[in-house]
Design a protein around this ligand. Sequence first.
Ligand SMILES: Cc1ncc(C[n+]2csc(CCOP(=O)(O)OP(=O)(O)O)c2C)c(N)n1
Ligand SMILES: [Mg+2]
Length: 694
Amino acid sequence: MVAGEQTVVTGSQLDTLCINTIRTLAIDAVQQANSGHPGAPMGLAPVAYSLWQEVLRYDPEDPLWPNRDRFVLSAGHASMLLYATLYLAGVRYVNPEGEITKELSVSLDQIKRFRQLDSRTPGHPESFITTGVETTTGPLGQGAGNSVGMAIAERWLAATYNRPGFEIFNYNIYTICGDGDLMEGVASEAASLAGHLKLSNLCWIYDNNRVTLDGPASWSFSEDVMTRFVGYGWNVTRVSDANDLDMLGRAYKTFLDTNDRPTLIVVDSHIGYGSPHKQDSSEAHGEPLGVEEVRLAKKSYGWPEDAKFLVPEGVVEHFREGVGKRGSEMRAKWDKLFSDYTGKYPELADQINRMQRRELPDGWDKNLPSFPADGKGIATRESAGKVLNVLAQNVPWLIGGSADLGNSNKTTLKYEGAGDFSSTSHKGKNLHFGVREHAMGAAMNGMSVSKLRPFGGTFFNFSDYLRPTIRLAALMETPVIHVFTHDSIGLGEDGPTHQPIEQLASLRAVPNTIVLRPGDANEVVEAWKIAMQTTHGPVLLVLSRQAIPTLDRSKYASAAGVAKGAYVLADAPGGKPSVILMASGSELSLCVDAYEKLKAEGINARVVSMPSWEIFEKQDAAYKESVLPASVAARVSVELGATLGWERYVSPKGQMVGMHRFGASAPWKDLQKKFGFTTDTVLDAARKAIAGAK
Ligand SMILES: Cc1ncc(C[n+]2csc(CCOP(=O)(O)OP(=O)(O)O)c2C)c(N)n1
Ligand SMILES: [Mg+2]
């Protein structure tokens, strides 16, 4: 191997100049920050350059153009590759009001502030900070997973909104992934799903540089990736030299000509080092080159060795003439097309516009059910399924499915015309994610950044299988809706492997995430309303498998209180309770039973329904005090999960009824007795709390 292999680019001198500008900007930014990965951007610069300059349909002047091609850098550690490209392409900054400004999203100054506080160039790409970053990447595999959701979204949008002569949506999704991405399970699940659905608008570009952080990839990765993807049903092509722009161009063309399956382009590259002798070494590379290596690298590029953040004349202009000109012409054409479309199909155009602004259609909450009081009641998964089936008819772009548990999660849309999304029909609203929870979560995030309103279902216990995607949705502030059913040991016979214990507590710890565990069918209606109106983060609906009573709302407070996260459901005379019983979900009716028994004994209790801590915490101090008066120290929490966290609401003198071990496999009524989830336990705890508070 010689140094030349890393540097000599086929193509014009101007191409080489642009590519080496990307490389040296990455080198300088990482060196200045004294933190980051320069190697991957150095190796991948020709790939990103040729894609953006020759292929991508993207108007840097309008980064919000709905029909733009999407570029995802799943190898998020190579963030400088993306920042340098966004800078050179001249992508404009979109402010928090959603207005396109004259400012660059990434300026040279921002590149100089790589990885610094409040810069637009954080260590890994964050979509909500940097315009042009389509999704937040860094945890390897996630961007690849997101891109499958983006591809699903485009196919659905095209099938739903295109009309003869009006191809409003026909964009493609390009994803750069590395060895790490392809080792991660989530990318494998997602690739399997994409192959199954024949998502021909999806192109993954695999940086086959045969090295990962610790050393040669061969230490841990030896499968035949190409055969694997052929097995998934992908079209697979190879570029044997990342610096060969002609070969890259032919590979992109192969993708564009493939109409029946996704494409994987395997690009053989060499991770960038300063000096060539290091190329085959197993030395760690995820760090700055160091002053001497920086000089050597620049020398090999024919760059002035002392220049820093050098952008030679003609480079920015060249991008403007390439991606800039092409994108601007295509976008102008599309604007005209969309304007004609708006004249001919005003309602469809209105839907597209609202979707982009994350607004709901008029009448989104019409025809929602209301459930009559019923002692036996209905499982909250059942009532949620009924509500979802109404909402999905009111909100065309509310689409989703389940990880093979649609019948259990009640997430299947059963109304006439809902349809299935499949390899042959992309119009259906029922997605079949298969037993791929992690890919489902990642795809939902990709659908969400594409402005659809995705929902996905699985058992609450398996939230663990997609947890990283919840975290990223929260970080990205994208509104995905998870429908988690079988939310406690109440699921019964499936036993402790399926019975969630710690999931409520741990998910409540995720910032910017709303956990909602409604306490009866009418609270479910309110919970879904909150989910639909949430625009900046995930909502997790936590629902029971077993039937629970539908409370008599003429006797107790209205379920509208759910909007405040917690509310007084049943109160003591004069609003002066000697004990407060609080619960979420299926335990609410236990508290109501206990309340009635205490009342008969002349003990004044209050029942607080607490479906969402996060929403309750957003209320003002006066409201919180009105629900949980500081003067009442006798408090009991009742929840079929780990008690961790309830200390916040139950004073040290209070009582927490919860689960302190894993469950067991048995019918629910036997588990109820064994673990003491009965009215008697609540009464006992109430008496103890009253005694303790004296
Ligand atoms: C889920 C996850 N695990 C670990 C890391 C830390 N990490 C960052 S880069 C990297 C190596 C990735 O190797 P590869 O994808 O081949 O990228 P290259 O080193 O070739 O640029 C690792 C392990 C991460 N970002 N995400
Ligand atoms: Mg690698």
